[in-house]
Design a protein around this ligand. Sequence first.
Ligand SMILES: [Zn+2]
Ligand SMILES: [Zn+2]
Length: 438
Amino acid sequence: MERTWCKSAPAAEVLVKGGRVVDPEAGVDAVQDILISKGKVADSGKGLKPGKGTTVVDAGGMLVLPGFVDLHTHLRTPGREDEEDIASGSAAAAAGGYVAVFGMANTDPVVDTATVLRGLAETARADAVIPVGFFAAVTRGLAGEQLTEMGELGAAGAVAFSDDGRPLATAALIRRALQYVKVSGRFVAVHAQDDSLFKGGQMHEGPVSARLGLTGIPSLCESLDVSRTLDIAEYEDAAVHVCHVSTAASLAAIERAKSAGVKVTAEVTPHHLTLNDEAIAALDPNLKMNPPLRAESDRKALVAALKSGLVDCVATDHAPHASEEKDVPFEEAPFGTIGLDTAFAVLYEELVKVKAIDLATLVTRMSTAPARLAGLRPPSLAKGAVADLCVIDTKAPWTVTSETLQSRSSNSAWLGRRFETRVRLTVAAGRVAWQDLA
Ligand SMILES: [Zn+2]
Ligand SMILES: [Zn+2]
């Protein structure tokens, strides 16, 4: 059954020459050519020759990787197409090396009926440059009361269920959601947050919030809800996915649950892996997100958890906002940063280059693991596989600006930042989705 949709395009005919091919699933890390014909990996090895009409990409000194999959994107469609739509969001993803992304359900209207979901699938079939799929809401209107028709939504292609943006407020609601999701064969993705501890919060609660005089959001606000949710998942033997883990205390709860055999998976964002609450001192509204940037000790724990696999995957929580909403004082700004365009550049430069994590592990967490969670065949560079790959130049300087971003919004935590890591080519589902060839 289909879980992603995209517009049709000619099958790729591309020869990627002389790149460093890193495919952890196949155990490959070698300089090779990859020949894509009829949208599939036709051959790999040395000295491959292009066929007639084949585009040749000189990838000398570049990385050739299985394309990335994002389990947590806000595409703002339907309802806020001025901030992002499926065309611009999927273009931002393609420019970031992604070959599939999944949109969250907190749109207007909410993705809480099969009719809304089918409408989105139609739009994706018309506009998406890479395969795009969708979460459906756990509760109608994200109101936290009545459950959605999960069976019907699952049959219409919902990848999983989430009220992301809002927590599931009561233990009884979490329990009922997990009981029903089991029947649908999917998982519930939770935005863990204890609202009574969140109230009015602006940033992570700690010495920096005290110094700045901003209302803090304690680590406990997240970890308490993570612990409770995992206890219920254990009791119900149901699958749960923890969105955007941000604290060491949440990681400890996930570790306990995993060792007890609970079916829990977790994701972490590029911003929580590379920034901490000290950055808030600049009062840049683009650094205001929920969960907030945490303490350096939390950030270090997240990197270690990504490395060990305690955290299964990277997810962007790409959250576009209109500039008139974000260009306001820090206290008044909405939460969220975009992330699709820059995720790999950020993580490669901040974690791989400094050897905090190796490239193969990062590829696994950005590609294989999220693909499996979404029920997709993991992107592979093996012969015969559908071409889902990206070619990345690591010596190509560019600056993050509203012009260089493909997203319709430019509320990036890295706005103005110079990177040397640029995606030159993305082939998704056998079609060229992005090219920026020198
Ligand atoms: Zn969230
Ligand atoms: Zn989100």
